[in-house]
Design a binder for this molecule. Structure first.
Ligand code: PEP
Ligand code: MG
Length: 547
């Protein structure tokens, strides 16, 4: 049987599937049989078993996951909680129900405390589900445990599930929900796990069924024939050989150069990006410096971080984005007004203009760093609406001493005015995540409209073309730094539309590099034209593949 979905990357996973167990229904309010001592003994033993399992898993996982799992194990044996469970059982409540009620009461207290404590509340729910599953003798919810590697099938994955994925065991991911920019897709891409999301019928697969999940084709084949298996295995071997080949610069089959750059969120990720062949940085998100503090960090502190980043890229381009706060990245000292629609509010460059001192200090720190290393520093503003705002930002940056200053294309109005913008700016970098959100009027944080959040939509591609054409007419570089650049087939189309560089999560570099090497510029343009003429995102994807 064949099932179709949206592939993430080009990986191929072959193996038996395991389904994520359904969440357990809440225990009923039924009373226990009357022997409180026996009921508590069974419950106490379940608490101990689950705590032991969590500790053992933590030890195996090591690193960050170990801390998370050990904290969860301690919760299962928290004396106050155990006392509460015991008192409820003493009053006649069944063990399952007593665990459910006691953990819920504790969770409410943690939620009331807010902050870090509130974040632990979710873990508490997971621990209580494990204990109840143990009492019922059914599999624990969450990512299943297995001694052999498997392909995980789930409705979708919560961040808590994905943080603890054992990459030695999970060969690939197949989810019923989610689109190309969903949490699962982003995680799969950053960890190089083959994944296919949005697969209707995925949950009808039964545990143990062998599948081939071919992300490049967006195809799940269950119970494949021997010939199909042999073919898939040969392709896996071919990919492994490709990955081991020396890293080359990004280029098309006809030699046209397309520099492949990294999206980074901290200087700490720079070394790994260089190792994976990043030819520079196409988007350095500076929010990490600001998000955890009550005030903007001092110029010297910022400068030290920027310099640390730049030192990894001597002679290479590094594009740093000015602080992009607001909407999905709220920052109270920049804007603490309540907004009904924060994605349409005082965010990005708008918030910086309203707090010009913070912007000036950031630019000053960047100017200082520019003089300290051999890297080629470019600086850009997020959420820019038109050529007038472009002009304001570019002039400010240059007056302070920055050499190369540009803007991100995330708001459709900027793309519509691309010709004027290209004149006012040194370069444009297309943020396809926000550009898609605004073009299709679909909140990128909202699961119910995730299907609209697809950068393959011809409306988005047409805006990219306007920007590409304007760049070509003025000789200005046009990069792409949204998730779209990490989708190998879409990367080809973006180049066909005029993108001169592509920037992505470093784990995606190898796949995009391999895909670009297989097409000429002329072929990329033909694929781009086919996609532009489609009527839907799915139609554009299919048309580009056929062309
Ligand atoms: C984008 O919007 O495409 C982008 C790269 O910026 P961010 O994802 O940080 O909003
Ligand atoms: Mg953005």
């Amino acid at each position: 049987m064949e099932l179709h979905g949206v592939g993430v990357g080009r990986g191929i996973a072959i193996g038996p599937i395991l389904r994520m167990p359904d969440p357990l229904p809440a225990p009923t309010e039924a009373k226990h049989g009357g022997d409180s001592t026996a009921e508590f003994a069974a419950t106490e033993s379940a608490l101990a078993v689950v705590a032991g399992e969590l500790m053992a898993r933590g030890e195996k996982a090591g690193g960050k996951a170990q801390g998370v799992l050990e904290a969860a194990a301690m919760m299962a044996q928290d004396p106050e909680l155990v006392d509460d469970v015991k008192a409820r059982i003493g009053a006649g409540t069944s063990g399952e129900r007593a665990v459910f009620e006691a953990f819920n009461a504790y969770r409410d207290i943690l939620l009331g405390m807010g902050g870090l404590m509130a974040e632990r509340a979710t873990d508490l729910g997971d621990v209580s589900q494990r204990i109840i599953a143990h009492l019922r003798g059914v599999p624990a919810p969450g990512v299943p445990q297995s001694d052999i590697p498997f392909v995980l099938v789930a409705p979708d994955l919560a961040p808590a599930d994905t943080a603890l994925l054992d990459l030695n065991k999970v060969l690939g991911l197949i989810t019923r929900d989610g689109g190309p920019t969903s949490h699962t897709a982003i995680l799969a891409r950053s960890k190089s796990i083959p994944a296919i999301v949005g697969v209707t019928g995925a949950l009808d697969l039964t545990d143990g069924t062998v599948v081939i999940a071919d992300a490049g084709a967006g195809l799940v084949t269950s119970d494949p024939s021997d010939a199909a298996l042999a073919d898939a295995m040969a392709r896996v071997a071919e990919r492994a050989a490709q990955a081991a080949a020396p890293i080359t610069e990004g280029a098309l089959a006809d030699g046209t150069r397309v520099p492949l750059l990294a999206n980074l969120g901290s200087p700490k990720d720079a070394a790994k990006a260089v190792e994976l062949g990043a030819e520079g940085v196409g988007l350095f998100r500076t929010e990490f410096l600001f998000l955890d503090s009550a005030t903007a960090p001092a110029v010297a502190e910022q400068q030290q971080q920027y310099t640390e980043l730049l030192r990894h890229f001597p002679g290479k381009k590094v594009v740093v984005r000015a602080l992009d706060a607001g909407a999905d990245k709220p920052l109270s000292f920049l804007n603490d007004a309540h907004e009904e629609n924060p994605a349409l509010g005082l965010r990005g460059l708008r918030a910086l203009r309203a707090n010009e001192q913070i912007l000036r200090e950031q630019l000053q720190a960047l100017v200082n760093s520019q003089g300290e290393t051999e890297a080629d520093l470019w600086v850009m503003a997020p959420m820019v609406a038109d050529a007038d705002e472009t002009d304001w930002f570019v002039k400010l940056g240059k007056s302070m001493g920055l050499k190369t200053v540009g803007v991100m294309a995330e708001v459709p109005s900027l793309a519509v005015m691309a010709a004027q913008v290209a004149v006012a700016s040194d370069f444009v970098s297309i943020g396809t995540n926000d550009l898609t959100q605004y073009t299709l009027a679909a909140d990128r944080m909202l699961g119910s409209v995730a299907a609209y959040q697809d950068p393959w939509h011809p409306a988005v591609l047409r805006l990219v073309k306007l920007l590409g054409d304007a760049g070509a007419a003025t000789g200005k570089p046009v990069g792409v730094c949204g998730e779209a650049a990490a989708d190998p087939q879409l990367a080809v189309v973006l180049v066909g539309l005029g993108a001169t560089t592509l920037s992505m999560t470093p784990a995606a570099l190898a796949d995009v590099r391999a895909e670009l090497a297989g097409v000429t510029l002329e072929q990329a343009r033909v694929k781009a034209t086919a996609a532009l003429d489609a009527t839907t995102a799915a139609g554009a994807r299919a048309a580009a593949q056929r062309a």
